[in-house]
Design a protein around this ligand. Sequence first.
Ligand SMILES: [Zn+2]
Ligand SMILES: [Zn+2]
Ligand SMILES: [Zn+2]
Length: 129
Amino acid sequence: MPLSNRVCFLVNLRDALRCRQCGKQPQGPENYHRGFEYHHRLPRSQGGSDEVENIVLLCHECHQQGHKTTNTKDERLSVLDLRPPACFLCWHCQTRLESRSVEMNCGWYRCHACQTQIPLYQHFSTALA
Ligand SMILES: [Zn+2]
Ligand SMILES: [Zn+2]
Ligand SMILES: [Zn+2]
């Protein structure tokens, strides 16, 4: 079963659209998601859930690398906070939005205050510049 849009959105939001392992950022707005993958820290085959806390954003290279080494090179990840942010500020109008109830898709959210649909790529664009 594919991950829900909300789980993908929350993972993207929490990880600021960067590879959690090497910090790599997307190449551009049109293919912001290319080369990035969702990794289950505890695999589904071992009872891992599709909860946000069990999923991290990795670039393709780090993902492959992580799966090759059976010895879990996950220590760096485990010390990081894996909970999604409870709220965040609209990129456009700075209104505080609830992460778990905001209208969204995996790659954007819509602010109920200013009615703007904001791509996550744009949301994090200051960090990307
Ligand atoms: Zn990476
Ligand atoms: Zn994986
Ligand atoms: Zn807004």
